[in-house]
Design a protein around this ligand. Structure first.
Ligand code: ATP
Length: 238
């Protein structure tokens, strides 16, 4: 599904990623774990076409290394960036409809997108309740749900989530992660960047650990949860 090989990413002359290799297979949730500045966001932004890089990135067998960001999102590789990015002055439903433009052109009428809207409202009933509310008035958790819901409107073939738990209360995080698992069970593979290693390893099949622009460890999440190199560095246990 996604195959990244020998990826070097650059901010000007500074190399931030040093030969990263990762893959995501059909139906998987794959977690990317690492401390601040390890390069997780840079990796997602490189895949979605926003950072200068060398190496190769294949998505569904197609070489997307040199494609512009809008062409990458049109191939349904969709990223939900860090922070709750919504359009504050649009209603919840208008925000969702904007998500349909990621796929093919602009189709902003609810009637044209009823099935997609219903699918998102089924996963996030809270968005249905608040569909006429302006997005700025939502809680942080609801805004994150809206940002993910908007990506779902683009019918992602792979969803990349950058720190969805950022700034949210524990109970809301649990609810949000249940939804992420539900979205995955419905057939969408997920590449999940998450600083909360325990949470990320609990919901994913496989994980990569990043340090200083390199992948330093990878494997099945269930194994990594008990690996002393992970527990000591990321799970706060000896
Ligand atoms: P965080 O969780 O703090 O976002 P991260 O693992 O996502 O951390 P990145 O944000 O990818 O890490 O940062 C990787 C490295 O690239 C860091 O050394 C960072 O300072 C550097 N970096 C990130 N963005 C830029 C930028 N726009 N210009 C220059 N350097 C950058």
């Amino acid at each position: 599904m996604l195959d990244v090989k020998g990826l070097h990413s650059f901010y000007g002359t500074i190399e931030a990623l040093h030969g990263v290799e990762i893959e995501v297979n059909d139906r998987e949730i794959v977690a990317l774990i690492g401390s601040n500045g390890a390069g997780k966001t840079t990796l997602l932004n490189s895949i979605s076409g926003h950072v200068t890089k060398t190496g190769s990135i294949h998505f569904q067998g197609k070489d997307i290394t040199k494609l512009a960001p809008h062409k990458i999102s049109r191939s349904s590789l969709l990223q939900v960036p860090e922070g709750h990015h919504v359009f504050p002055g649009l209603t919840v439903e208008q925000n969702l409809l904007v998500g349909t433009t990621a796929e093919k052109g602009i189709r902003l009428r609810a009637g044209d997108n009823r099935e997609l809207l219903d699918m998102v409202y089924e996963i996030f009933p809270r968005l249905l309740e608040r569909r006429k509310q302006l997005a700025w008035s939502l809680s942080g958790g609801e805004q994150q749900m809206l940002a993910i819901g908007r990506a779902l409107m683009g019918k992602p073939k792979l969803l990349m989530l950058d720190e969805p738990s950022m700034g949210l209360a524990p109970l809301i995080i649990d609810e949000l992660f249940e939804k992420i698992v539900e979205i995955n069970k419905n057939g969408t593979p997920v590449l999940l960047v998450e600083q909360n290693a325990h949470l990320a390893l609990s919901v994913s099949e496989r994980a990569y650990i990043m340090e200083r622009g390199n992948i330093t460890l990878s494997g099945k999440s269930a194994d990594l949860l008990h690996d002393s190199r992970v527990t000591e560095a990321y799970l706060g246990k000896q």
